[in-house]
Design a protein around this ligand. Structure first.
Ligand code: 1CP
Length: 349
């Protein structure tokens, strides 16, 4: 049970029960990036429309969300969308280019920041809410519908760089040379993310996840300022309106800082990256559900070793509220049959 917050009301869905603090056995399972290029039916949809169109067309986004559920019956369905929909909805240019990933018009100055308009977000993301509302009717009764967003820091990294990066040097430099500008960007994202997630919940999202994929590049004080504090504000905003909706936080590669993150942000569930040792974290971080954390490469490779690894993680957290997942997203060329074997292994008693 989460001691920080009032107990959340019970549910009959295994994933929702675990996210609300119950030790469900065997643990519910879903996978980050469970909709993706490893699935032949996903690749068939890829030829029909570009990525942004697939995200913003409810028929397509609904279908893509359902594909892995139909095949494998995971306990959770994560909305087919992307963390970069938020900057796009504010007016930043965004394109997904094959082999290169996302490309955005970089934000490097106050003038660049002023071109963005957070008031556009509500209207621009209406199709996403329509997708959630359809999914809440089309999903099986036992499946939990998950909404999500990027955390302000990780989204800011992409906004400042204009895409992915090995070291996010422009972003880290802005934090040093123009902290007031970086603070304004984080503040804008914090408010918009909180409002967007509330909209997702109102449209049918039963829990939401905050992806902070690049949290681990920050030293401790910057981690407190740009990861913990904005997340705490988002959690508080959501809980004021939707006190019964679980929130999953994923401060990837946060190392020892994940303990402070779990204590101070108020998230119900801490998603673990592949580096975290589940048994140690279970002792270090009480009172929250843990999610994770098998290495996606183990899934890629499959076989007996995968079954042993999956059951090892599951068994290490027995008695604790746990949601089985990977420590990062499913890799592109993962054999689809390995995903089926993993779900089966987690559920085998
Ligand atoms: O061409 C294609 O098919 C696009 C590939 C793709 C997909 C399937 C991208 C581009 N995004 C997504 C979907 C997506 N992204 C989901 C929903 C589907 C699911 O999980 O099943 C989610 C939750 C995300 C989240 C996301 N996008 C993160 C956080 C998680 C993580 O992987 O660390 C990040 C960092 C992104 C940015 C992004 N979007 C797409 C790519 C290739 C990237 C990474 C860019 C980079 O850093 O190089």
């Amino acid at each position: 049970m989460n001691s920080e917050n009032a107990p959340l009301s019970p549910s009959s869905k295994p994933l929702l029960r675990a996210l609300k603090g119950e030790a469900v056995w065997p643990p519910p399972v879903w996978l980050m990036r469970q909709a993706g290029r490893y699935l032949p039916e996903f690749r068939a949809m890829r030829d029909k429309a570009d990525f942004l169109t697939r995200c913003m067309t409810p028929d397509m986004a609904e279908e893509l969300t359902l594909q892995p559920i139909r095949r494998y019956g995971m306990d959770g369905a994560i909305l087919f969308s992307d963390i970069l929909i938020l900057p796009w909805a504010m007016g930043q240019s965004l394109e997904f280019i094959d082999g290169r990933g996302p490309v955005l018009g970089a934000i490097r100055s106050q003038a660049d920041l002023e071109k963005l308009d957070p008031k556009r977000v509500q209207d621009a993301t209406a199709p996403v809410r329509e997708t959630l509302s359809r999914l809440s009717k089309s999903l099986p009764d036992v499946t939990t519908l998950l909404g999500f967003a990027g955390s302000p820091f990780t989204v800011a990294c992409y906004m400042v760089e204009g895409g992915g990066s090995r070291d996010f040097a422009n972003t880290r430099k802005m934090m040093q040379t123009d902290p007031a500008l970086f603070d304004r960007l984080i503040e804008t994202l914090t408010i918009s993310t909180a409002e967007m997630l509330c909209g997702q919940i109102e449209a049918g999202g039963e829990a939401v996840m905050l992806f902070d994929s690049w949290a681990g590049i920050l030293p401790p004080n910057a981690f407190r300022r740009y990861v913990i504090e904005p997340t705490r504000q988002i959690v508080r905003h959501i809980q004021e309106k939707h006190p019964n909706t679980p929130i999953i936080g994923f401060p990837r590669l946060g190392g020892i800082m994940i303990r402070e993150y779990a204590e101070k942000t108020g998230v119900n569930t801490l998603a673990l990256d592949t580096v975290a040792d589940p048994a140690q974290i279970a002792e270090l971080v009480p009172n929250v559900t843990l999610q994770g954390n098998m290495d996606p490469m183990v899934l890629f490779s499959g076989g007996e070793a995968m079954v042993r690894e999956a059951q090892g993680i599951r068994d290490a957290l027995r008695g604790r509220s746990h949601v089985f997942n990977l420590g990062h997203g499913v890799m592109q060329h993962t054999p689809p049959e390995n995903v089926g074997a993993l779900v089966e292994a987690v559920r085998a008693i």
